[in-house]
Ligand binder design. Sequence first.
Ligand code: 5AD
Length: 363
Amino acid sequence: MITGNTLLRSAAPEGREEVRDLLDPSAPGGPDRLFAGAAALKEQAVGLEIYLRGIVEFSNICAKDCLYCGIRRSNRRVERYRMEEDEIIDAALDAYRSGFTSVLLQAGERTDREFIELAERVVRRLKEITSGGIGITLSLGEQEAATYRRWFKAGAHRYLLRIETSSPRLYRRYHPAGHDHALRKRCLDDLRRIGYQVGSGILIGLPGQTADDLAEDVLFLKEMDVDMIGMGPYIPHRDTPLFDRASGFSPGRQLELGLRMIAVCRLLMPDINIAATTALQALSPEGWRRGIRAGANVVMPNFTPARYRAAYSIYEGKPAAGDGADPLAELERLFAGLPEKIVTGRWGDSPRFLKRKMPDTTG
Ligand code: 5AD
């Protein structure tokens, strides 16, 4: 019998050429059918729900020097900060108590003992204070397996580490010496082995990146069998080396490419969590809403205290969403009229991960 399911699945692209053609913004007909197909498959695979994570960016001190990033080590024009332990906990609890049952703790990359212990204490205390109620995702870069294990034991259960690009050649182009693509990939393997739900993703629309490169990225994420994807359009930052090479930058094209990537990832990986990331919302006030309609099912509003926000300037024009007195009401307004409904009171784990853990429940 041919069910709606099989029809949708047979519409999923398989080869690199097919994926590339779906990503091409100059293809005739526009992206509406692609987005509608992805939205329909999302409904079947993960339902019409929007999961939330409150982001706390607790420090912008970074050992990395990525050529596209505004908080890269060599940028002397950004004021560096690190939040105190209690400040981080207060910000995370603020999110938790506003209905954002899961939080994402993010910071520039450091591997020193002080940093490792701070993150461990924060995770442990947050779990204690909420009697285990809070879901914690970490995004703290490349670390040794022993560090990932410590944080996992303390209570973190999801980790985001973008591969940035699946191509070792492009990786070298966007990162100076001392940045190692193979090591980054190994970190993803370590995280999986330790038991985290693993998220990865890439930068979309970097100067010199082609639709073929992006197609490879999508196939890489599928091959890695990631549980979550957090990816977003590249947005130039004037205090970075890549700025000069981004002369033909078009916000509209970046937005469309970002939305196409979400849709194509949903078609190939129906049951994972895919975030409509902050960069989409930076390109348009409709960015998140359109991301959800293109197949995303997670949004991550910012709970970093206002006085630190501006300094976490990864790219220019980062929006201040989540600033209002009632962030949940703000989101309800943003998504008003959509068939998707915001979920509170649940972690919103990746269905893919839950199935992998309990294979006999897959249907
Ligand atoms: N534009 C968009 N995203 C960026 N990131 C870093 N610099 C930029 C930029 N200029 C992303 C990277 C990194 C994440 C924290 O921010 O993918 O993993």
